[in-house]
Design a protein around this ligand. Structure first.
Ligand SMILES: Nc1ncnc2c1ncn2[C@@H]1O[C@H](COP(=O)(O)OP(=O)(O)OP(=O)(O)O)[C@@H](O)[C@H]1O
Ligand SMILES: [Mg+2]
Length: 256
């Protein structure tokens, strides 16, 4: 982790209020979050505590009600929609609970799509990069399959490849294993651990302590505020079980 001390992303006094309800719902209540370059940050908290809203607000998928989010020295909340789309496409990768791949395209073409959109003139480079990613995450043998012809774990690894195809500065994942059984979940977490080891900054929301135990740092959200933080440091296969136990005890203390 060469850049462990430089900043990847920072939010300052972030709030999000939905005015459509009566009274208005304050879902994020003054979030100051710092993500260091190369860090694997995990966000946990009860259902409805604001985890997804936080992820969407710091990644420009949604606009916060107030506050700032700094990436590459720019406040994302000041960007217009076109600038924001460009920043999301070229600087950020996204993985969700569902893969959101297109049914009429092969696995390979799904992964290629955002890279071609980002740089239409660099097709050969994109194809080579995508091929390397598919080999790295062990789905090259299903590259020409349709999305219904692969397993859930393969599909989610394809989403990870798609998210990495534009070489993002930061990868956002919202419950990336939420729809998977435990063996596929471990498969996907191995892939994300590899992404982290390669130096990519990750912010991941999860309910699953086994997945959370992969992170360098876990923040706990309650009613839209960060109320606790746990810093277990780098995950290894050897310390995995102990970390999960420690994390579970800590989570129970938070009322999880
Ligand atoms: N468009 C909206 N209008 C009003 N309230 C909303 C809207 N979107 C989300 N909320 C509310 O904001 C709160 C936080 O939602 P959010 O999806 O961020 O929670 P979460 O921690 O991700 O939950 P889960 O673990 O169930 O995914 C919830 O109470 C939810 O009902
Ligand atoms: Mg959520």
């Amino acid at each position: 982790m060469a850049h462990a001390n430089s900043l990847a992303l920072r939010s300052q006094d972030l709030t999000k209020t939905y005015a459509s309800t009566d009274p208005p719902t304050r879902v994020l209540d003054g979030i100051d979050l710092t993500v260091r370059e190369g860090e694997f940050l995990v966000v946990m908290g009860a259902s409805g505590s604001g985890k997804s809203t936080l992820l969407y607000s710091i990644s420009g998928m949604d606009r916060p009600s107030s506050g700032s989010v700094f990436l590459d020295g720019r406040d994302l909340t000041t960007l217009n929609d076109a600038e924001m789309s460009r920043t999301r496409l070229t600087r950020m990768g996204f993985v969700f609970q569902q893969a959101y791949l297109l049914a009429n395209l092969s696995i390979r073409d799904n992964i290629l799509l955002p890279a071609l959109k980002a740089a239409p003139d660099a097709r050969d480079e994109a194809v080579a990069r995508v091929q390397a990613l598919m080999e790295r995450f062990e789905i090259a043998h299903v590259a020409d399959h349709g999305i219904t012809q692969v397993s859930g774990g393969q599909l989610q690894r394809a989403s990870i490849c798609r998210a990495l195809a534009c070489e993002p500065a930061i990868l956002f994942a919202d419950e990336p294993t939420g729809a998977l059984n435990s063996s596929m979940s471990a498969e996907v977490m191995d892939a994300l651990t590899g992404v982290h080891r390669d130096g990519t900054t990750i912010v991941m929301v999860t309910h699953d302590p086994a997945c959370a135990a992969r992170g360098d740092r876990v923040v706990y959200l309650r009613d839209g505020r960060i109320v606790a933080e746990n810093t277990p440091g780098p995950w290894t296969r050897e310390n995995a079980d102990r970390r999960e136990d420690d994390l579970l005890a800590w989570l129970r203390n938070q009322g999880f």
